[in-house]
Unconditional design. Structure first.
Length: 293
């Protein structure tokens, strides 16, 4: 069964992420979507709801605070179940099972914990773009998740438009995890019959060396999978994030995929900071795989 974990916070970006999850899940023979909501009442933190035996000792002010916490918690549980029912109604006869998980705690603690328990094939998270990130908990959490979990993370911007997934760009820096990432990408999107472009930006001085590496990557993939829908391209460029953003816009790419690296063989290329920059700047979904490093 194909499993997708979708952390939700009921902002507009949540619904965009849920729609992508539904599209991908519906293309699988049988799939399961887990909607995860992390409840934390930041207005009253670090207040903790007391245990039953301690409630008689509460002051009047503390009793009011407890009622506020309980009311907020019940309301968010109701919203989570409402979202599940809304999405389930859109599945029709397709074998998509939707469940919910309501957990207390901070998203950066709860999401990795639930990922280890649920063992998803993919995590899908909504982002609000660069302008909304400074005040958005989920925007920050999305960039943190690409470091903290080993499951592929799909970051879906609030303003992304296309769900076609016909033009997919995989940006490579010749990580040893690239072949498996591309194979997984092809398998994941196979129902959409995408055209995949495997692209590397190279400094001019390394042009021939990188051309050889790209040829080797192509040869390795051709030994393992059908590559009729994959094209390999080498372009000269220094600022990878800006070049990728420009290329995505010019070529009307529907999805960008990268492998996140803790360390980069070429300084500034395809490392953690670059991936975070792409999450913040792009208006197309970004699928992040994880290096073996």
């Amino acid at each position: 069964m194909f499993r997708i974990l979708v952390p939700v916070d009921f902002e507009d970006s949540t619904y965009k992420a849920c729609q992508y999850a539904l599209d991908l899940a519906s293309a699988a023979p049988e799939s399961e979507i887990l909607l995860l909501h992390c409840f934390k009442d930041y207005l009253v933190s670090p207040w903790q709801v007391p245990e039953e035996e301690d409630r008689e000792e509460l002051t009047p002010t503390e009793k009011v605070t407890e009622r506020v916490i309980n009311r907020n918690e019940r309301e968010e549980q109701r919203m989570l179940e409402g979202l599940r029912q809304e999405l389930q109604s859109k599945t029709g006869s397709r074998q998509v099972h939707l469940r919910t998980s309501f957990m207390e705690g901070s998203p950066d603690d709860v999401i990795p914990e639930e990922s280890r328990r649920f063992k998803p094939n993919l995590i899908i998270m909504g982002t609000q773009g660069e302008s909304g990130l400074s005040g958005s908990i989920f925007g920050t959490i999305t960039t943190k998740m690409v470091d903290d979990v080993k499951v592929p993370v799909l970051a879906v911007p609030q303003h992304s438009q296309s769900h076609d997934l016909k033009r997919v760009l995989y940006a490579t820096d010749f990580d040893e995890a690239d072949p498996q990432a591309i194979i997984t990408l092809q398998q994941l999107l196979q129902p959409f019959n995408p055209h995949i472009l495997c692209l590397h930006f190279t400094p001019g001085a390394a042009m021939q060396e990188d051309r050889d590496k790209l040829t080797q990557l192509q040869a390795k993939l051709e030994r393992e999978i059908q590559t009729e829908n994959i094209r390999f391209l080498l372009l000269e460029g220094q600022d990878v994030a800006d070049n990728l953003q420009h290329f995505v816009e010019k070529e009307q790419v529907d999805l960008l995929a990268v492998t996140n690296r803790k360390r980069s063989l070429l300084e500034g290329l395809f490392d953690t900071s670059l991936t975070k920059k792409l999450v913040k700047k792009l208006d197309v979904p970004l699928l992040v795989f994880h290096s073996k490093e």
